[in-house]
Design a protein around this ligand. Structure first.
Ligand code: ATR
Length: 269
């Protein structure tokens, strides 16, 4: 009989990570002989953690701050999103002993929109923010065929840098939101506060509004969007769907995103 497999999130800090709850829910529901734990790995320790996978029988890692770039540097092969971003959030130890790294955040985000009926192909998307999360989203929007990706950020130089990730992307201003079909808050604004990343009067009923913030689940932005009749997608959508893609990489099986979402909601409650 094959040994049970172990997967883990590596990061610092990892105490509040929702990954163990989400992935263990999938393993339990699917009857998979896997379990998921968390390792607090000191800054600079990602390479040692990845080297240890084979010896310790660890099949996969979810990689979070501050290890995403170092993990990218030390895996044997990466997916196109990871290559574009220079960062991985997922590592798998393959049967031949080699390691493969992927970045599932951006594709997970696009899938979370599709799950709510929000299409990005040939649409105009305004992304507020230009940090790590925004960069993964811009990259994935480009791959998904968005017609125009305008990046609006407090620090314009970061928006210009993020715009290099997709041909359809450019740095813009809040005035560009008027022409957008989809608006994404990819900043941390609204996390634990009632702050809005853009002024509420810019929201319209024909705009789809997505927020990557999930604490609170209904951010001030989503509340204001709903009030004007806009379609909304909350931050647990991206979290659950990027974790679905991690499961596919580790186990080859695609779980129901609802299982991951429920587990995350339970953990947050
Ligand atoms: P993450 O990995 O979650 O993307 P990050 O890389 O630190 O985190 O990026 C945070 C993003 O939120 C950035 O776009 C940041 O804007 P700057 O590039 O100008 O710093 C944005 N952000 C954070 N706090 C903000 C605030 N109070 N107002 C506007 N933008 C803010």
């Amino acid at each position: 009989m094959a040994l049970p497999r172990l997967a883990a999130v590596i990061g610092a800090p990892v105490r509040h990570s929702l990954s163990p709850a989400m992935h263990n829910a999938v393993f339990a529901e699917g009857g998979l002989d896997w379990s998921f734990t968390r390792f607090e790995v000191v800054r600079g320790g990602a390479e040692a953690a990845i080297d240890a996978m084979a010896v310790l029988g660890i099949g996969g890692y979810a990689v979070t701050m501050p290890h995403k770039q170092q993990a990218f540097e030390c895996v044997d092969e990466v997916d196109p999103a990871a290559r574009a971003l220079g960062a991985v959030n997922t590592v798998v130890l393959r049967d031949d002993g080699s390691t493969y790294g992927a970045s599932t955040d951006g594709n997970g985000f696009v899938e979370s929109l599709l799950a709510e009926g929000v299409v990005v192909a040939d649409r105009r998307v305004a992304v507020i923010g230009a940090g790590g999360a925004a960069r993964s989203i811009v990259d994935a929007l480009g791959r998904a065929g968005a017609a125009d990706i305008v990046i609006v950020n407090r620090t314009r130089a970061s928006a210009e840098s993020a715009a290099e990730l997709a041909e359809a992307a450019r740095a813009g201003t809040v005035d560009d939101v008027a022409d957008a079909d989809v608006l994404v808050n990819a900043t941390s604004v609204g996390m634990g506060t009632d702050d809005l990343p853009i002024e509420a009067h810019l929201l319209r009923p024909d705009l789809a509004v997505a927020d990557i913030v999930y604490h609170p689940l209904e951010t001030a932005l989503l509340r204001a969007a709903r009030a004007v009749g806009a379609t909304t997608v909350d931050g647990l959508g991206m979290l659950a769907h990027q974790a679905v893609l991690q499961q596919v990489i580790w186990t080859g099986q695609r779980p129901d995103p609802a299982t991951l979402r429920r587990a995350a909601e339970h953990q947050l409650a």
